[in-house]
Write a protein that binds this ligand. Structure first.
Ligand code: ZN
Length: 275
């Protein structure tokens, strides 16, 4: 059993392949093919939801990561190691209500509209993180790791979860003791001002029609892919396993709103792509 070859990083939404493994997925069926355009939910950092679509004409009701090693097969949250761990084969598992036989050649069709909406949400999410880093730069009292635009990387230092949805995302950051020790001060934090600054920057980045691309070092699911965007202030790159739009102008408009609840800062990002 080899790792699944994936074509979603190149923007593909259809393909044809052979079923190489069928495994139980609860009381449903998990189908693995040699090569797929489907993006599965990642078990380590489950930011971008699974693609929807069909396999062999059957609805794909879920698409998850599977991992195979000498001690057997594990699915999704049951995988005991981190994404890409050595000694494991990493598989895209298409979950269906009806079984299909191993050896069958099947057509794979991703719901292209849903994929585009998730790509929109994911590209907006990365830009919003960079805009937030920039707007919060004045709150750092110590030197810390910088993002690709030279701002203290608040996003990397504080993020606890990121959830992408069609045309949007919700990112949660912890403003606790450990972030304070790293040098971030929330004193005098004016959320409206920070959001306003971030939104001005996002507006400029969409207007700049900056190109976005993924660097894909290999065809396997767990290849270490990198998101690149050439913004007016400079070229930025972020490790990323998801899918993206090819240009920032396709986001239409991007805005963030911020809320603070105990020590959690939540950023809601919304894109409004042109009709
Ligand atoms: Zn990403």
């Amino acid at each position: 059993m080899n790792s699944t070859i994936v074509t979603f990083p190149d923007g593909r939404v259809s393909g044809r392949s052979e079923i190489v493994l069928a495994v139980p997925a609860g009381d449903r069926h998990g189908l693995v093919v040699a090569e797929t355009p489907f993006h599965p939910l990642d078990h380590t950092w489950p930011d971008q939801p699974a693609d929807r679509g069909t396999i062999g004409g059957l609805p794909v009701v879920d698409c998850v990561t599977g991992a195979w090693s000498a001690d057997g097969f594990h699915l999704g949250e049951e995988i005991p190691v981190r994404r890409g761990a050595e000694g494991w084969q990493w598989l895209v598992v298409h979950v269906t209500d009806t079984p299909l036989p191993v050896g069958a050649a099947v057509e794979l069709e991703v719901d292209a509209g849903h994929r585009t909406a998730l790509s929109t949400g994911h590209t907006a999410c990365h830009l919003a993180a960079l805009a937030l880093n920039s707007a919060l730069a004045g709150h750092w009292r110590k030197e810390t790791a910088l993002d690709g635009l030279g701002h203290p990387d608040f996003d990397q230092a504080a993020i606890t979860s990121s959830r992408i949805s069609p045309n949007g995302s919700v990112d949660v950051y912890r403003l606790g003791k450990s972030l304070r020790k790293k040098g971030f001060s929330a004193d005098g934090l004016d959320l409206d001002e920070v959001a306003g600054e971030a939104n001005d920057r996002l507006k400029a980045w969409v207007a700049a029609d900056a190109p976005v691309r993924l660097d894909v070092p290999g065809p396997e699911l767990t290849a270490r892919r990198t998101w690149h965007c050439s913004l007016p202030e400079g070229a930025v790159s972020i490790p990323c396993g998801g899918t993206h739009l090819p240009r920032t102008s396709e986001l239409g408009a991007v805005t963030v709103s911020l809320s603070l609840d105990d020590a959690a800062l939540t950023m809601r990002t919304t894109a409004t792509p042109p009709a």
